[in-house]
Design a protein around this ligand. Structure first.
Ligand code: ZN
Length: 351
């Protein structure tokens, strides 16, 4: 049976080839072997072609259409022929496929790390299970914590504010690079001493945007005395709102007298000019409809109170007591009787 390479299925086709595929009820197993005839000693970095022995490693890989996939890797041990090397036997490495002693391929670890960052432990675990993978919430969080911290330069404009780890119980502080709009660090509490230490360890902050005093102001004064402190936007608006409120409250009597004076001097209320319907929010089509409706209503003949027309329970003349509607116009009982008599005479003449 000819060995068939599948460049899209294997993590790195430059060093691996697929021998065959096996399947059970739960997963696919890809039997894979290395293609290189030599290997590099991890201690002295000398090449060796002297094979000592072979063994297999089973590692999890990316799922295929919801099926869990395992790679059964046939790897080799080599002799190191360098007499100055401290090691005599080494195992060939596959740095682009799997880390030494790892149980998952590198690309699978990358995917799980991404899920851990995006969704966290529990939610990420729910997604991972639906994908046919195996990884506990703790595994996802461990992969996230293993990532190296990204070194972020000290911001020129720093924003600081408190946030709650647990509402009304424990609070921390969040630091934002206001020019990049990125959170850059979290402090375990909102004490002045903690903020001061952070500023001393990250010199170069020129502007600090903070709340209205308190611990952050004190920490900024001690940790970055040359930095300019400004109120953040929310507190600036709050300051403005409170100032305006207190100003108008102090002028309450003056405002009342001005209102009374303007009411006394105002001319008698004139009838507002009648606006075109579309000025008052009514469309031309609706205006035409209403105009036609009012015209039809003006043609309705009101009932004659003296003609003995029926009244409803509330004493009003009921349209049902009138004649049948003709082209949408109700006739009074007298007029309906006259029109019925005329119709009858016209029919007899015709016969
Ligand atoms: Zn060696």
């Amino acid at each position: 049976m000819a060995r068939k390479k599948s460049p899209t299925l294997l993590p790195d086709t430059s060093c691996l080839q697929l021998v065959r595929l096996e399947a059970d009820e739960q997963s696919l197993i890809a039997i894979v072997e290395t293609t290189s005839s030599e290997a590099l000693c991890p201690l002295c970095h000398c090449r060796s072609k002297s094979i000592h022995s072979r063994y297999t490693r089973v590692v999890a890989d990316l799922p295929w259409a919801g099926w869990a996939v395992r790679l059964k890797l046939h790897v080799r041990r080599f002799f190191c022929r360098n007499p100055e090397c401290q090691g005599r036997i080494f195992t060939e490495r596959l740095p682009t496929v799997v880390a030494p002693s790892a149980r998952r391929t590198t690309r699978l670890c990358d995917l799980l790390t991404l899920i851990g960052f995006a969704m966290g432990g529990e939610a990420g675990n729910s997604l991972v299970e639906r994908m046919g993978l195996e990884a506990s919430p703790q595994t996802l969080l461990r992969l996230v914590r293993q990532q190296e911290e990204r070194q972020i330069p000290t911001p020129r404009v720093l924003g600081v504010d408190d946030f709650c780890f647990c509402r009304r119980r424990s609070y921390g502080a969040i630091l934002i690079d206001l020019e990049q709009h990125l959170p850059i660090d979290l402090l375990p509490d909102r004490e002045a001493e903690t903020f001061k230490k952070w500023l001393l360890a990250h010199p170069g902050v020129e502007i600090i945007s903070r709340d209205r005093g308190g611990a952050f102001a004190e920490g900024a004064r001690q940790g970055a005395p040359k930095a300019r402190q400004v109120a953040d936007r929310w507190h600036l608006l709050k300051n403005l709102s409170e100032t305006m409120q207190s100003f108008f409250l102090s002028k309450q009597s003056l405002l009342k007298s001005l209102i009374q004076q303007s009411a006394a001097e105002a001319p008698p209320e004139a009838k507002p000019p009648e606006l075109a319907p579309w000025h008052s929010g009514m469309t031309k089509r609706k205006a035409r409809k209403e105009s036609a409706s009012s015209s039809a209503a003006s043609r309705v003949v009101p009932p004659d109170p003296g003609s003995g027309s029926k009244k409803d329970r509330c004493g009003h003349h009921c349209p049902k007591a009138w004649g049948k509607p003709t082209n949408g116009v109700y006739l009074s009982p007298n007029e309906a009787a006259t029109r019925a008599h005329a119709d009858s005479s016209r029919r007899q003449t015709a016969h």
